[in-house]
Ligand binder design. Structure first.
Ligand code: FES
Length: 171
C-alpha cells in the first residue's frame, strides 16, 4: 500500500470521527432541553409549601371561634394556581391559639361553629349532623370518627401564619 493510500484512509477515519463527534454533540443538545423541562418541577423545591400570613393579628383573636379565609399559591407539576383555605381560629381555655380545619372528618363537608341552634358551643356539620366539641374532638355517636384537623402555625411580628392541616393532637 502506497503512502498516499494510507493517508487517504486516515483522512476518511478522521472525517468519520469528526462527524460522529459533531452529531453526538448536536443530539445531546437536542436531548438536554426536554430532559430539563421534564425534571424542572422536581428541581424547584419549597414552592407551595410553607406558612402563609392569614391576615389576622394575634391580638384580634378571641375565645370565640372565627372563620378565617385565605389563599395560597400551589404548584402542581407545571400548573400553578391559587387555592382557597379556611380555618376556625380562637384562643382555648389556656389562651393558646387553635386553628381547626373546617373540613368534616366524616365525608368532607364544611363544619361551622354553632352551626345548629340545637347544639350550642359546638362545631356542627349540616350534611349528616356531625358534631365536634369546641376542642375539635368529635362527639361520640355522631358520624365523624376522628377530631378536626389542626393547622400548623407560627406567629411572626404579631401576625398569625398557617401552614398545612395536620391530624388533631388527640387523634
Ligand atoms: S360530612 Fe360531616 S357529618 Fe357527614
Amino acid at each position: 500500500m502506497s503512502e498516499e493510500k494510507k493517508q487517504q484512509v486516515s483522512r476518511r477515519q478522521f472525517l468519520n470521527y469528526t462527524l460522529m463527534g459533531v452529531g453526538g454533540f448536536m443530539a445531546a443538545g437536542l436531548l438536554i432541553s426536554p430532559v430539563r423541562m421534564a425534571i424542572d418541577p422536581v428541581l424547584k423545591s419549597g414552592e407551595g409549601g410553607g406558612l402563609a400570613n392569614v391576615g389576622i393579628a394575634v391580638d384580634e383573636i378571641t375565645n370565640e371561634p372565627t372563620r378565617i379565609d385565605w389563599s395560597v399559591d400551589q404548584v402542581d407539576g407545571w400548573y400553578e394556581s391559587q387555592v382557597s383555605r379556611s380555618a376556625w381560629v380562637f384562643k382555648d381555655e389556656n389562651d393558646e391559639i387553635v386553628a381547626f380545619s373546617p373540613v368534616c372528618k366524616h365525608l368532607g363537608c364544611v363544619v361551622s361553629w354553632e352551626g345548629s341552634e340545637k347544639y350550642p358551643n359546638e362545631f356542627f356539620c349540616p350534611c349528616h349532623d356531625g358534631r365536634y366539641y369546641k376542642n375539635g374532638v368529635n362527639v361520640p355517636g355522631t358520624p365523624p370518627l376522628t377530631p378536626l384537623d389542626e393547622y400548623e402555625m407560627e406567629i411572626k411580628d404579631g401576625m398569625l401564619f398557617l401552614g398545612d392541616p395536620k391530624p388533631h393532637r388527640e387523634a
